[in-house]
Design a protein around this ligand. Structure first.
Ligand SMILES: C[S@@+](CC[C@H](N)C(=O)[O-])C[C@H]1O[C@@H](n2cnc3c(N)ncnc32)[C@H](O)[C@@H]1O
Length: 277
């Protein structure tokens, strides 16, 4: 296991399984669409590197069928336990650092790696290692949410900009990472080319929601974004007026709660970059 925590603080003991479950329930339609775009053939062998709480394991299994193989791998014990609890008995879920994967080389037809490569201190090295697990002509699919800025408050771009800036400042203080350290998130294509993959291509999908929202949308946005990503932690980085406005918009009990506004319109991008070995 890595001695140092990952760039965003991942360790074997870190647990944000609730956040991962909420995100996957929210984005399931688009994530399934992204998996479908890969045209996986039945019997294919797939590794989900950084599988988190394991929701994609079943979506991938649905595509490769009973004769295919799906393996999940994650660093965090709690995420692995959550993934094992929902995985089919045929799906192996390993607790391992993807930089030291206990897997034979040239085994997989696809490595699926969502929102994980940006957690590594050296994404290109991680991608090269994952590439070594691919069979000849095997593919790696790297996914990343929010490559373009998200829209949360369609009616107030100013507050949204200040909120995003406050989140960056919070991250800078909490994880001691600067915007420069996080810049590589947008360069999935560059990372694949640097690691010598062929036929590299990219496609951006849009996760878009308007009011009225369904329960999975409301749960993810309220709990993961409004409460756990923003909330009290942003108070030091906003003026008192802006913080008060944000608090009203994020409070389900308040008449101004953003998700019940008729003009609520959320846009988030999810970019997929695919390369071939
Ligand atoms: C943002 S989560 C994404 C999880 C999942 N792919 C999803 O889309 O829901 C990143 C995951 O990568 C795992 N992770 C971070 N560094 C890792 C490493 N070096 N090896 C294996 N897993 C790692 C974390 O434990 C976490 O589960």
């Amino acid at each position: 296991m890595s001695a140092l925590p990952g760039l965003l603080g991942d360790t074997t003991a870190r647990d944000y399984s609730r956040k991962l479950r909420l995100f996957n329930a929210f984005a399931e339609p688009e994530l399934r669409q992204i998996i479908a775009s890969l045209d996986l053939r039945p019997k294919a062998r797939v590794l989900d590197a950084g599988c988190g709480t394991g929701q994609a394991l079943q979506w991938l299994s649905d595509k490769v069928g009973a004769d295919g193989v799906v393996v999940g791998m994650d660093l965090a014990a709690a995420h692995v336990a959550a993934a094992r609890a929902i995985a089919s008995p045929r799906t192996l879920v390993l607790q391992a650092d993807l930089l030291r994967a206990p897997l034979r080389g040239a085994t997989f037809d696809l490595v699926w790696c969502m929102n994980t490569i940006n957690h590594l201190r050296d994404p290109a090295a991680g991608v090269r290692l994952l590439g070594s697990l691919l069979c000849p002509a095997g593919r790696i699919a790297l996914g990343q949410s929010s490559v373009l800025p998200d829209m949360y408050f369609a009616w107030d771009a100013r507050l949204e900009r200040l909120t995003n800036e406050a989140v960056r400042q919070y991250y800078r203080d909490r994880y001691r990472v600067s915007e420069r350290d996080l810049a590589a998130v947008r360069s999935l294509l560059g990372v694949l080319r640097q690691a010598q993959f062929c036929n590299v291509r990219a496609r951006t999908f849009v996760i878009e929601r308007v009011s009225p929202l369904g329960p999975a949308d409301e749960a993810y946005l309220t709990e993961t974004i409004f409460r756990d990503t923003w909330g009290e932690r942003l108070r030091p980085y906003l003026s008192s007026e802006d913080y008060a406005e944000l608090t009203r918009l994020c409070d389900p009990q308040h008449p101004q709660f953003a998700l019940r506004r008729p003009d609520f319109h959320f846009v988030q991008t999810f970019t997929l970059a695919v390369g071939e070995r």
